[in-house]
Structures are given as structure tokens and as C-alpha cells.
Design a protein around this ligand. Structure first.
Ligand SMILES: NC(=O)c1ccc[n+]([C@@H]2O[C@H](COP(=O)([O-])OP(=O)(O)OC[C@H]3O[C@@H](n4cnc5c(N)ncnc54)[C@H](OP(=O)(O)O)[C@@H]3O)[C@@H](O)[C@H]2O)c1
Length: 251
């Protein structure tokens, strides 16, 4: 990555943007005229190809289960662009475990999910705070969007450790919205089922959404990207957990 001077366009970093929801969000933000930093753990070829498709985009590889690499991600984005306006904490991992099988949800699984789904977003926000403040103005605050989950609100989801990690991310969102205002807004989106590689095997969830969700289906990644774009453009909204589950929570 070649260092550049402070960029003249607004800059957005979207973690986990080589696949599924993150890829759709990063693509949408590029269409919204952001210079976008794509990121992933290991899909380097895909990340570089995506960055090459969008003007002003770049790609950075970092394993967010490694705290040093997580810090380095922000350092690299800032050394490339010289600014950061939007941080989308999208990268996340899951473990599929029946909720009644308590022993299978081992402490190691709790730690692994917590590291990527909760601690990594915290480190990224901590490292990005100064840059986000610097590029913010009263008319146009900087913006953090955390991709949480319906499973962090309703007693559902692939496993109890996963759902609990998303509940933590949602609560962190509200706490930070208070601490970082008014120059940095912090919101979360809690998607229900979204058709991505992560959810490919979730047959029971797909049936549930078809039978019980008022919208009668799961979401496409582009529909979550549209919600993200709307939140970023809404300069007064902070501390919201926007449930995007096709209305399943109502039934
Ligand atoms: N799909 C759903 O139904 C659904 C519903 C609610 C919430 N969500 C949440 O939405 C987010 C995106 O999910 P998705 O379904 O789009 O997932 P996905 O298709 O599996 O994509 C995950 C992305 O995150 C990256 N990633 C995974 N582990 C990482 C790590 N340790 N370090 C850095 N990057 C890592 C992956 O990079 P590599 O490809 O290089 O590994 C990939 O780019 C997650 O936070 C998920 O919990 C998903």
C-alpha cells in the first residue's frame, strides 16, 4: 500500500468486506462516493480485486482475533488516507451449537467469539477515535456502525455464545453513543437472517423466516447495505439498534 496525503473524499473502513454483508456495505459506500478501505482475514485476492473495482479504494488484510493485527489495521488505513470518517464493524464469526447443549459451548468458544465479535470492534474504535474526531464537524459527525444481530435481542441464534457476543456489541453501541457524542455517532444494525456464506446451512432459520416473518423471507446483503447507508446519512441518529429482521420479532 502506497502512503498518500490526506484524502479529499470521506473515507470508510468496512471490516470483513470480502464476503456477504460487508462486501455489500463496502460496495454501497463506494457508490455513495466514499473512498473505501476493504478488509478481511485471509481472502486477500478477493479483497484486492474488489478494491481495484472502485476508485480510491484499498484493501488491508488483518486477523481480528489477533490484537496487534487489529491495531495495525487502523494504522495502515490512516497511513494510506490520512483520515477516517466512517468505521463499519461488520466482521464477525459464529459457532453453531444447540442452545440446550451447554457443554459444547466451551470456554474456548466463548473466548474466540468474544475476541472477534466484541473485543476487536472495541480496539478498532479505540484506535480510530482520534481520527474520527478530527474529520468530524457539527454538521457532519463521524460515524460508527456495528453489525450486531437479531440474535442479540431475541433469545435465538446459532448459539448462546454468539447471541451473547452480539448483545454485548449492541450494548457497547449505546454506551459509546453517549461517551463519543456529539462528534462521533454510534449505531448498530441487528439483521435477522441474511443470505450470505455464513447462513448457507441455516435451513431451520430459512424456514422460520419464510413461515413467520411478515416479509416472508430473509434479507439480501444489499438490503442491509441500504440500511447502513441510510444510518450514515442520518446525522442526528445515535445510539440506535436498528432491527432489520423483516418483522420476525413481531410474531
Ligand atoms: N448472515 C446472517 O444471517 C447474519 C445475521 C445477523 C448478523 N450477521 C452478522 O453480519 C456480519 C457479517 O456476516 P456475513 O454473513 O456477511 O459473514 P461472511 O459471509 O462469513 O463474511 C465474513 C467476513 O468477515 C471476515 N472475517 C471473519 N473472521 C475474521 C477475522 N478473525 N478477522 C478478520 N476478518 C474476519 C471474513 O474474511 P475472510 O473471508 O478472509 O475469512 C469475511 O470477509 C457478522 O458480524 C455476522 O455476525 C450475519
Amino acid at each position: 500500500m502506497t502512503p498518500k496525503q490526506t484524502h479529499n473524499r470521506r473515507v470508510a473502513l468496512v471490516t470483513g468486506s470480502t464476503s456477504g454483508i460487508g462486501k455489500a456495505i463496502a460496495t454501497r459506500l463506494a457508490q455513495d462516493n466514499f473512498a473505501v478501505a476493504f478488509h478481511s482475514k485471509s481472502s486477500v485476492t478477493v479483497g484486492r480485486a474488489l478494491a481495484a473495482e472502485h476508485s480510491g479504494a484499498t484493501y488491508v488484510q488483518a486477523d481480528l482475533s489477533d490484537q496487534d493485527q487489529t491495531r495495525q489495521l487502523i494504522t495502515e488505513v490512516l497511513s494510506h488516507y490520512g483520515r477516517l470518517d466512517v468505521l463499519v464493524n461488520n466482521a464477525g464469526i459464529t459457532a453453531t451449537i444447540p442452545h440446550a447443549d451447554l457443554k459444547q459451548a466451551s470456554p474456548d468458544i466463548w473466548r474466540e467469539l468474544n475476541e472477534v465479535n466484541v473485543i476487536a470492534p472495541w480496539i478498532l474504535i479505540t484506535e480510530a477515535e482520534a481520527a474520527l474526531r478530527q474529520s468530524a464537524s457539527q454538521d457532519c459527525p463521524s460515524c460508527i456502525v456495528n453489525i450486531s444481530s437479531h440474535a442479540g435481542i431475541r433469545p435465538k441464534g446459532a448459539s448462546i455464545p454468539y447471541a451473547t457476543s452480539k448483545a454485548a456489541l449492541s450494548h457497547m453501541t449505546k454506551l459509546l453513543a453517549v461517551s463519543l457524542a456529539p462528534l462521533i455517532r454510534v449505531n448498530a444494525i441487528a439483521p435477522g437472517l441474511v443470505n450470505t456464506p455464513m447462513s448457507q446451512q441455516w435451513t431451520a432459520a430459512r424456514e422460520l423466516w419464510q413461515e413467520r416473518a411478515p416479509m416472508g423471507r430473509g434479507a439480501e446483503p444489499e438490503e442491509i447495505a441500504q440500511v447502513t447507508s441510510m444510518l450514515i446519512a442520518s446525522h442526528y441518529i445515535t445510539g440506535e439498534i436498528l432491527l432489520a429482521d423483516g418483522g420476525l420479532n413481531l410474531t
